[in-house]
Design a protein around this ligand. Structure first.
Ligand code: UDP
Length: 337
């Protein structure tokens, strides 16, 4: 039983809402701060009836609101951010403001009130470094800041640097995590992420959109595994002042992934290769490969991912099928949006 209060910014989002469920389940009180821009109240359906949950609708850009909710908590998990390559490319200014100023507001408030804070960063900070499993001290390899993807990468690294500077110079109890591709139930297909998109397409009988030649690889972790890593780090005093990768190191090409989705969904939708320029405009850059090294996290907490890709895909397929009226034949089902 844990008696404290944790503030989860972005707690109505995909990862945030799963974390909220986990924290409530172990007896904590939780405050969610979410502006519902990409988060959804329905993500908190399981949590809503719990008297230990307080939901506050608002933005991390609202300094006085941030001050109040941080004051009421012992621990802060900062997940509120502009997410997904698509959103960041389509709304650059808003994304940068949320990711830089929002994080600064939260970190400063945590410092003022003596709260512990876990700041979530991203594997995007490694940029184009495709050299194999990436350790936390791996080089960042970025293209021009004129390419929005690298501007986003830079914004997130500013959050990390700020948290670390407050830790070193002001004694802030901060932890930084870099999330690699995280997937699972509740992830919306609206922000460009490949797995929710492919699953919705497979179940709607539409061709699966594979960008480029589909030979680029990614590693996908189930959100439940990611949440257990976050909780393990929050429980570990030696995590303070450190940075950790969180991800699953099972690697798959996007073309193979699309085939797997078709097979597990029992769909005959087929695959449509699409050039990147058609999707994201000219000047877009993708990375060929991105694999986490999670040895540091394992050494400290014993954490290892427990769910493989097939189990993860089955979970997502079952959820999307449920939302489309429980249709048993995926190839004919129309997914509701
Ligand atoms: N992707 C794809 N089809 C889609 C959406 C994404 O082929 O409908 C590709 C995307 O270009 C990238 C990979 O899948 O190579 C993972 O994309 P996602 O946006 O999920 O994550 P990230 O690029 O941030 O790793």
């Amino acid at each position: 039983m844990h008696g404290g209060t944790t503030l989860v910014t972005g707690g109505a989002g995909f990862i945030g809402s799963h974390l909220v469920d986990a924290l409530l389940a172990r007896g904590e009180s939780v405050i969610v701060l979410d502006d519902l821009s990409t988060g959804r109240l329905s993500n908190l359906d399981n949590a809503a009836a719990n008297p230990r949950l307080r939901f506050v609708r608002g933005s991390v850009l609202d300094e006085s609101l941030v001050d109040r909710v941080v004051r009421d908590s012992d621990t802060v998990v900062h997940l509120a951010a502009a997410v997904g390559v698509k959103l960041v490319v389509e709304q650059p200014l808003k994304s940068l403001q949320t990711n830089i100023r929002g994080a600064e507001n939260i970190i400063e408030a945590a410092h003022r009130h003596g709260s512990k804070i876990l700041v979530t960063s991203t594997s995007e900070i490694y940029g184009k470094n495709a050299s194999g499993p990436l350790r936390e001290d791996a080089d960042r390899i970025l293209g021009s800041p004129g390419v929005m993807r690298w501007a986003y990468s830079t914004a997130k690294v500013v959050d990390e640097i700020l948290a670390n500077a407050y830790h070193r110079e002001q004694g802030l109890r901060s932890i930084v995590v870099r999330l690699f591709n995280t997937v699972g139930p509740r992830q919306s297909p609206s922000y460009g992420m490949v797995i929710p998109r492919l699953v919705h397409q497979a179940l709607a009988g539409e061709p699966l959109t594979v960008y480029g030649d589909g030979q680029q690889t990614r590693c996908f972790a189930h959100v439940a595994d990611v949440v257990s890593a976050l909780v393990a780090l929050l429980d570990e005093p030696a995590a303070i002042g450190e940075t950790f990768n969180i991800g699953n190191s099972g690697e798959i090409s996007i073309l193979e992934l699309a085939k797997r989705v078709l097979e597990l969904a029992g769909s005959d939708s087929g695959i449509a290769l699409m050039p990147f320029e058609e999707v994201y405009g000219t000047g877009f850059e993708d990375m060929n490969r991105r694999v986490p090294d999670t040895g540091k996290l394992r050494a400290l907490t014993g954490w290892e991912p427990r769910r493989g890709l097939d189990e993860t895909l089955r979970d997502i397929i079952a959820e999307v099928r449920g939302a489309s009226g429980g249709a048993s034949n995926g190839t004919k089902a129309q997914a509701h949006s």
